[in-house]
Design a protein around this ligand. Structure first.
Ligand SMILES: O=C(O)c1cc(=O)[nH]c(=O)n1[C@@H]1O[C@H](COP(=O)(O)O)[C@@H](O)[C@H]1O
Length: 235
């Protein structure tokens, strides 16, 4: 996996996503999420791979173990490099997701990395306490979910930059820390709660950063991408 920011292609249609990429460098890491995938189906993943991009297919599966396992068996054939589930689905669900990916990955192809969402970066501690009914610190919940994902055999987690170094201490250097909620200094927060700059992510030990609107809605997306990449490397 190359060390470049993962661009969230949160667009309604493949033409929007591919048109956007026409003006960007080649060989990127990109993310296909629910907006693009659920409205247009799996073809977009192959089209992005054909253009030489690495693809994170972000569908955040969360259901009973059997359903997630069987869904992952099918998703393994779509050809993404990384997929995800919600850690809140539990250890059995995560193990079955992994088994499904192993069973579905075509011979000669590498199994997609499987990571688990801990607490969404749009969630704050108060919301977690009052709406999810999880008492205590958000950091503790994220680290707990990370340990569970690690024990279930997953490759890493999605977390905010603020928890990345605690997860490294708990789960090790190699365990992936994929961090969305990235904003350039003075950038609009939008719906995110736990934001950080690319430089913060570099210092905290994020193995991957996910960046959407700070790049896709910038006046000059290619320049914004280079700024994010450079700040992450320098952090
Ligand atoms: O799994 C994700 O990618 C994800 C997890 C999370 O906790 N927070 C989060 O923002 N994301 C995704 O990361 C992207 C962030 O987009 P921006 O806020 O526009 O940078 C979106 O596509 C989200 O779906």
């Amino acid at each position: 996996m190359n060390r470049s920011p993962i661009i969230a292609l949160d667009f309604p249609a493949p033409d929007d996503a591919l048109g956007f990429l026409d003006n960007m460098p080649s060989g990127l890491w990109v993310k296909v999420g629910m907006e693009l995938y659920l409205q247009n189906g799996p073809d977009i993943v192959g089209r992005l791979k054909d253009r030489g991009h690495a693809v994170f297919l972000d569908l955040k599966l969360h259901d009973i173990p059997n359903t997630v396992g069987r869904a992952m068996e099918g998703l393994a054939r779509v050809g993404a490099d990384m997929v995800n589930v919600h850690a809140a689905g539990g250890s059995e669900m995560m193990r079955r997701a992994l088994d499904g990916l192993d069973a579905g990955t075509p011979a000669g192809r590498k199994r997609p990395a499987l990571i688990a969402v801990t607490q969404l970066t749009s969630t704050g501690e108060e919301q977690m306490n009052h709406e999810q009914g999880i008492p205590g610190r958000l950091m503790d919940s994220v680290v707990r979910y990370s340990r569970l994902a690690d024990m279930s055999g997953l490759d890493g987690v999605v977390c905010s930059v603020h928890e990345a170094s605690a997860i490294r201490d708990a789960c090790g250097e190699e365990f992936l820390k994929v961090t969305p909620g990235i904003r350039l200094a003075d950038g609009d927060t939008h719906d995110q709660k736990r934001i950080a700059t690319p430089a913060d992510a570099g210092r905290a030990g994020s193995t991957h950063i996910v960046v959407g609107r700070a790049i896709t809605r910038a006046a000059d997306p290619a320049a914004a991408y280079e700024t994010v990449k450079q700040q992450w490397e320098e952090g």
